[in-house]
Ligand binder design. Structure first.
Ligand SMILES: [Zn+2]
Length: 95
């Protein structure tokens, strides 16, 4: 599945609910899912880890739909090289 496909699917499945919930509440859901991903990383349960990655990406797509942001366009700057140093792999100094 392409990123744009995922975002379209999320819109088809959930955009009315997402609009009713609103962007602030949707953002809170996203952050809760990021927290669940953090917990999954500690457990070593690969199936749960995969599940939580999926939830984070899905909620990010829902939020992008509410904000009118096309994720595929938004992430395009990472498609070939590092957007900061223009190298692949990145050669930016560690902070
Ligand atoms: Zn870089």
């Amino acid at each position: 599945m392409e990123i744009r496909e995922l975002q379209s699917s999320m819109a088809r499945l959930y955009v009315e609910r997402d609009r009713a919930r609103g962007r602030d509440a949707t953002f809170r859901w996203l952050t809760e899912e990021v927290g669940e991903l953090a917990k999954a990383m500690r457990t070593g349960d690969r199936a749960n880890l995969e599940h939580e990655f999926g939830d984070v990406l899905a909620w990010l797509a829902s939020l992008a739909n509410l904000e009118g942001i096309d994720l595929e366009t938004a992430v395009a700057r990472y498609a070939a090289t590092c957007p900061r140093c223009s190298d692949a792999p990145c050669d930016c100094p560690f902070p």
